[in-house]
Ligand binder design. Sequence first.
Ligand code: C2O
Length: 340
Amino acid sequence: EPIMPPDLSKCHDANAPALDNHCCPPYSGSDTILEYDFPATPLRVRRPAHLVKDDQEYMDKYKEAVRRMKNLPAEHPWNYYQQANIHCQYCNDAYYQQNTDDVPVQVHFSWIFLPWHRYYLHFYERILGKLIDDDTFTIPFWNWDTKDGMTFPAIFQDAASPLYDPKRDQRHVKDGAILDLKYAYTENTASDSEIIRENLCFIRKTFKHSLSLAELFMGDPVRAGEKEIQEANGQLEVIHNAAHMWVGEPGGYKENMGDFSTAARDSVFFCHHSNVDRMWDIYRNLRGNSVEFKDKDWLDSTFLFHDENEQLVKIQDCLDPTKLRYTFEQVPLPWLGNIN
Ligand code: C2O
């Protein structure tokens, strides 16, 4: 059976010491759950973070939207920190799967990693767009698969901006340090150009190895009632972890990006995941758009979110981003090389 949404009335203290264990949303008890009405909006185009930097009009909108999200009442489901807590709820064991006493709903380490984060970003983006009344608004992607995108995106580095977060590893986010896609709290001492080359080769190999077997790229199956096991994650998730570790503080709970419970408090989280989502989209295209898993337990997995109309909705079917009405700006893929 597919993974189903939890009973929202039964949220309990998460395994989240960095947040003092608590990340449950306010619960009113009266929410009706509707099927999500897919938007009939113009196709919105996500662009690379290092290129939107000079688009003043766009940057003003982005900052204004996040500022408004931060200024919403603390209990509002769209509030910036409520939005961030969603990640904690689904990653730090705040909910158990229905009909179990101890099997957490966990959206990492399996084949639901990519779908769940796709939905999460979609709603986050739609809510930001709503807050500034712009149906075409998109969050940018951290284009870490190309040389010019392999540093921490500068748009998140202005201390006066709502996109700023002080809880980061300052050695990495300052001064154009090169992101190491194999980072795990040990500094790579190779030269910048060598790290760039290693990153591109790593991405190329990942695609090459996993093109014919989706488990390798996306993660292994997990079904209702089953606990995820960490080693079952796909290679894209492994790569994505490196950026989390590289951005978060080096000590303590590795806040914000380095800990599941706090990661989404840093706006760069969504920008990073936008590129993860893009990698999946590219993977799908390279496979001729063939469905990754024909298994109903993957296709029918269902999730709950507060949508852009403040409605609690259940959603399934995210295989084609254009159904959610977004796409990615086409930029060069320097790692693709002779992948065929
Ligand atoms: Cu839910 Cu980047 O992790």
